[in-house]
Design a protein around this ligand. Structure first.
Ligand code: UTP
Length: 297
């Protein structure tokens, strides 16, 4: 069986839920305090031993390329300023990966973005990791998915449990458990109402696909929102091949909309040794004054 060596990171979307901030700045570069979201995802993949990263990018996404490139001027400045620790960190990021960037010329949806990566992926299995979703201890989740792939040789998606009232935000799976934490997908429904939802297991933004997904994406018609949906192509794949699922118990952070992004930033910041305590004190003070209720804009 072929090894999974490559990961596709679709980062070409408009980020409309975050406009105007995303007009010139990719949401995937938004900081979780001082580290951009996309770096967490790259580190997760590296932690699971996957080094070949293919970004599906767009014309307003150049900062992502700069982030993983060498910045000699900055390195020189840090060296001269004697900021050795930051310098080491900056150098580490520049050498983390040897990325491939492919342009998605029109933002026709996530499915289309994945299809755009076909020339760089070729006929081999590959990971897809969404550029705005961070997983707590993500390398564990990817390693778990890779284990399932190595046993069955078929596509694997990560699932996580969501509250019933939130199923309409996600792709939801109908599943059959074949052993603890490992499932076979029976059906998929994109953003169902709670009544229509076959379960509360949502697709979380991490996938391993066999290359057969490309053939399905080529014949997938535009679906919800006029976009070529990855879920629709997966439904076509299901008619032909089994798709396995792995339930992720770790926390999932969606950074693609303002409220969940803020929750992520606060959760990470409160855990930080250097700023957590002071931030907690500040927040407690704000809340005790009732600022959040009186000063709304
Ligand atoms: P999202 O739906 O979260 O991203 O897609 P979006 O379309 O940028 O966001 P909104 O809905 O307009 O606010 C998940 C991931 O897929 C990428 C996005 O960049 C994001 O990381 N994507 C989406 C593409 O690469 N191309 C697309 O055509 C659509």
């Amino acid at each position: 069986m072929q090894e999974v060596r490559k990961a596709v990171l679709p980062v070409a979307g408009w980020g409309t839920r975050f406009l105007p901030a995303t007009k010139a700045m990719p949401k995937e570069m938004f900081p979780i305090i001082d580290k951009p979201v996309i770096q967490f995802i790259v580190e997760e993949l590296l932690g699971a031993g996957v080094e070949n990263v293919i970004f599906v990018t767009g014309k307003h996404k150049r900062p992502i390329e700069h982030h993983f490139d060498i910045n000699t001027d900055l390195e020189k400045h840090l060296e001269e300023a004697g900021k050795e620790k930051i310098l080491q960190n900056i150098r580490k990021i520049s050498h983390m990966i040897n990325p491939i960037y492919i342009r998605q010329k029109q933002q026709l949806g996530l499915g289309h973005a994945v299809l755009t990566a076909e020339p760089a992926v070729g006929r081999e299995p590959f990971i897809v990791a969404l550029g705005d979703i961070i997983l707590e201890r993500g390398e564990e989740a990817i390693t778990g998915m890779l284990d399932i792939f190595s046993r069955f040789g078929k596509s694997v998606v990560a699932l996580f449990e969501v509250p019933e009232e939130e199923v309409s935000k996600y792709g939801i799976a109908k599943v059959k458990e074949i052993e603890e934490g490992v499932f076979l997908i029976e059906d998929l429904v994109e953003k169902p109402s709670p009544e229509e939802a076959p379960s509360n297991l949502a697709i979380v933004g991490r996938y391993i696909f066999t290359p057969a997904i490309f053939e399905k994406l080529k014949i997938t018609k535009p679906g919800k929102g006029g976009e070529i949906q990855l879920t629709d192509a997966m439904k076509l794949l299901l008619e032909e091949e089994a798709i396995y699922a792995y339930k992720v118990e770790n926390r999932v952070y969606d950074t693609g909309n303002p409220l969940d992004y803020l929750k992520t930033v606060f959760e990470f910041a409160l855990k930080r040794e250097d700023i957590g305590e002071e931030l907690a004190f500040f927040l407690a003070q704000m809340l005790s004054k009732g600022t959040q209720l009186t000063d709304r804009t």
